[in-house]
Design a protein around this ligand. Structure first.
Ligand code: HEC
Ligand code: HEC
Length: 369
């Protein structure tokens, strides 16, 4: 081989080496209707198919909890819109988590996370809580980091980490990036309501559901004021939007002392800001797939959608009706039985059955949970 040939051979080998050490990065294509922009993805963690696949495997792996008793999917079950049909969650070691497990639906579009927190800007930050929280313990990683990371060094995980991140070495930074990518892939825009409103299919909603939709968007019920936009949640954003609203509201669920106190165990945004005006303020969550994710509210204290509608019609619950911090939009309204049924039927039209059963969101085929 002459000098030039050798140089080319080395160059070729060099670029092969560089390519072999790069993560495979198949761009992840969100399955979205034309009218819906993709969610904003942080620059530090571009979304790829390989990360989503690794994240999916991790999401269903009980190895992520200290005693191998829980995975993310214990509290976030697909058939219930990735919520859990219990009033409140329980951590891996049996500690009570006072809040209801949240549905994971279009979380990539959130501009605020959890039931009441104004400090997280990305899913990546929020995920440190179930992993590392010590009071209450959820997955219980803190203090057991090394032991837990060792569980992700099988040949299968090595291959998955390598293709997602170009290293076989697991770390919590990479685990969180992969899990956040999987959570971002959980998009749901294929309900009968979507077919009606965005796909122009006039037959997708029943007459009753249309009547309920008109009630939902009326000044009488005010629902749309707080559950607005394409996600039925004020706290939404997307790749093409810069205005970020972080709305939290007190809906009058409690009034322990007549002066507006919510129960000590959970006073909402106040716990984060220490500002009295945030007493009992929680985030208005998405209503997509809401029929699948009972029970309702931050503490799961309302069992059914009928009762939620009745709660708003009453303008709050018990003494909560006169909570001084209650939002003026929860003022109570007259509604007859027929109209209640229509409003409920509309909420049911937000169920996206394909999302709840999509095998791509479930465990990988060879995975035992
Ligand atoms: C013990 C039950 C439990 C486990 C395990 C758990 N979660 Fe959660 N998750 C919750 C609860 C409860 C909330 C609401 C937390 C709050 O409001 O403070 C929540 C909230 C979330 C949110 C915020 C959703 C939103 O719209 O703001 C995301 C994302 C999430 N969990 C993902 C995960 C992932 C990924 C895992 C695995 C690493 C996980 N969770 C493990 C119970 C759990
Ligand atoms: C003032 C703003 C506001 C208005 C108006 C409002 N909501 Fe809400 N909604 C919220 C907030 C905040 C929560 C969470 C409250 C909590 O957990 O303490 C919530 C929770 C819910 C939930 C439970 C969500 C879940 O995942 O558990 C449903 C269902 C719901 N609202 C439906 C409606 C309907 C139907 C209307 C109209 C009749 C309505 N809302 C009007 C702010 C509002």
């Amino acid at each position: 081989m002459d000098k030039l040939g050798l140089r080319y051979a080395l160059l070729f080998f060099g670029s092969w080496l560089v390519a072999a050490c790069q993560p495979q990065s198949t761009p992840y294509v969100f399955a979205l209707p034309d009218t819906i922009p993709p969610p904003a993805v942080p620059a530090e963690n571009p979304i790829t198919l390989e990360k989503v696949t690794l994240g999916r495997m991790l999401f269903y792996d009980t190895g992520l909890s200290v005693n191998r008793s829980q995975s993310c999917a214990t509290c976030h079950q697909q058939q219930f819109a990735f919520a859990e049909p219990t009033q409140h969650a329980t951590g891996a070691t049996g500690e009570v988590v006072p809040r209801n497990s949240m549905a994971l639906v279009n979380v990539g579009y959130n501009s605020a996370f959890t039931w009441a927190h104004n400090g997280f800007t990305h899913i990546e930050e929020q995920l440190l809580i179930p992993l590392f929280n010590e009071s209450p313990v959820e997955l219980g990683v803190t203090g057991n980091e090394k032991e837990i990371l060792k569980r992700f060094t099988s040949a299968e995980y090595q291959a998955l980490f390598k293709s997602a991140f170009a290293t076989e070495q697991p770390s919590f930074d990479l685990i969180v990036k992969a899990l956040a990518s999987f959570v971002r892939s959980l998009t749901s825009f294929n309900s009968p309501f979507d077919q009606y409103a965005y796909e122009g299919d006039d037959t997708a909603l029943t007459k009753r559901q249309i009547e309920g939709m008109n009630l939902f968007f009326s000044e009488r019920t005010e629902c749309f004021h707080c559950h607005g936009g394409v996600n039925f949640s004020q706290s939404s954003t997307h790749a093409a939007q810069s205005l970020v609203l972080q709305p939290f509201h007190n809906t009058g669920l409690y009034n322990e002392d007549g002066k507006g106190a919510y129960p000590e165990r959970d006073q909402g945004l106040l716990r984060i800001t220490f500002n009295q005006k945030d007493m009992g303020k929680f985030r208005a969550p998405t209503l997509r797939n809401i029929a699948a994710s009972a029970p309702y509210m931050h503490d799961g204290s309302i069992a059914t959608l009928e009762e939620v509608i009745e709660f708003y019609a009453q303008g709050g619950r018990g003494k909560g009706k006169s909570n001084p911090y209650k939002s003026p939009f929860v003022k109570g309204f007259n509604i007859n039985e027929d109209e209640k049924a229509a409003l409920k039927a509309f909420l049911e039209s937000l169920t996206d059955h394909a999302f709840l059963t999509n095998p791509k969101h479930g465990p990988l085929l060879n995975q035992t949970m």
